[in-house]
Write a protein that binds this ligand. Structure first.
Ligand code: PMV
Length: 326
């Protein structure tokens, strides 16, 4: 048996979203994206290759993985086996240290931690860029979770160009994300993979979305380099609403929001009018993540806790890169 390797990675929340693939087989995005890694949302994964195993044995949060999830992880391990020359099966144990049971962006932290632990256990020592390319094959957003803080994902032409890289910004120490969990973190209705494909195929707004993303990426990078939180937040909120509008316009429409999602959105907008620096973003689920500053985060969290349908509120500082812990 190879010695077990344990790695940790943080989830990330996109400020300019990835929604649509150019190549489904290689998991290449149709456009770039920019995200912030969150220190409060961590996945820890241990991998050991073992000649005594007939199949990969995958344990997630203390229970055997569902068959569809296990198949996705085995397909990912096959990529690692092909790169490393290790032919034997692996034992994978993964745990999400999230403030709630499920429904948050765990595929990003999950595949980033798995990519790092599995390559190290297989005797590979990949550069961050190559690790990002590999993590992308598991989940598009995982390419960004290899890095800490702000990260930008490139569209790429070939497999090797589909990687993320870190972006430095004076905002890196100042920003916080307040996560409002809605509906107790119930599992989502459709996978982002299926939802993106459905949107690209049927939404009359998909073309407009693809035209918009490069402009939002440019404005977002400008806000990051100049340290302008208001500008960054304004783009992030507008971009999330545009992504949801595009998905809602698919036929049949994809609606992730619950009444509490709208209530949080309204509260964030109301607080902004009272001078609180807060901007909402929403992923493929009902939860709202609010970009804010270290100073405004406690006030904001207190206000969001009182909203009907909000089941947990967590303040997160930016997270670091994926690391090997043992
Ligand atoms: O990486 P995936 O396939 O789980 O897709 C992520 C999609 C969003 O979270 C909605 C947007 C993003 O850029 O993270």
């Amino acid at each position: 048996m190879s010695s077990a390797v344990t790695a940790r990675a943080c989830a990330n929340i996109a400020l300019v979203k990835y929604w649509g693939k150019r190549d489904a087989a290689l998991n290449m995005p149709a456009a770039g994206s920019i995200s912030l890694a969150l220190g409060a949302l961590v996945t820890e994964t241990t991998v050991a290759f073992d000649p005594d195993l007939a199949n990969d044995v995958i344990d997630l949060d203390g229970a055997p993985a569902r068959q569809d999830v296990a198949m996705r992880i085995t397909a990912f391990l096959d990529l690692v086996r092909a790169q490393s020359g290790v032919q034997i099966r692996a034992r994978v144990t993964s745990k999400n240290e999230f403030p709630t049971a499920s429904g948050l962006a765990s595929s990003a932290s999950g595949f980033a931690a798995l990519a790092l632990a599995a390559t190290k256990a297989g005797g590979l020592d990949l550069e961050p860029r190559a690790l990002s390319v590999l993590a992308r094959r598991g989940s598009g957003s995982a390419a960004r979770s290899v890095f800490g803080g702000f990260a930008r994902m490139h569209t790429g032409v070939n497999n090797e160009d589909g990687y993320a890289e870190p972006i430095t910004s004076p905002l890196a120490d100042r920003v916080r994300m307040v996560i409002a969990v809605i509906g107790g973190g119930a599992p989502k209705q459709y996978t982002s993979r299926d939802a993106m494909e459905h949107t690209a195929k049927t939404s009359p707004l998909y073309r407009a979305w693809l035209d918009l993303v490069p402009r939002d990426l440019e404005a977002c990078e400008l806000a990051l380099s100049s340290g302008d939180l208001e500008q960054l937040g304004t783009i992030a909120e507008a971009n999330a609403l545009a992504m949801h509008a595009t998905a809602m316009a698919a036929r049949p429409g994809l609606v992730y929001w619950r009444p509490a999602t709208l209530a949080v959105l309204a509260q964030v907008r109301g607080l902004r009018e009272c001078g609180v620096g807060a901007w909402a973003t929403i992923d493929a689920g009902p939860h709202v993540k609010v970009l804010t500053s270290e100073e405004d985060a406690p006030t904001l969290a207190m206000q969001l806790r009182d909203i009907d349908g909000v089941t947990a509120v967590t303040i997160s500082a930016p997270g670091g890169p994926a690391t090997v812990v043992s």
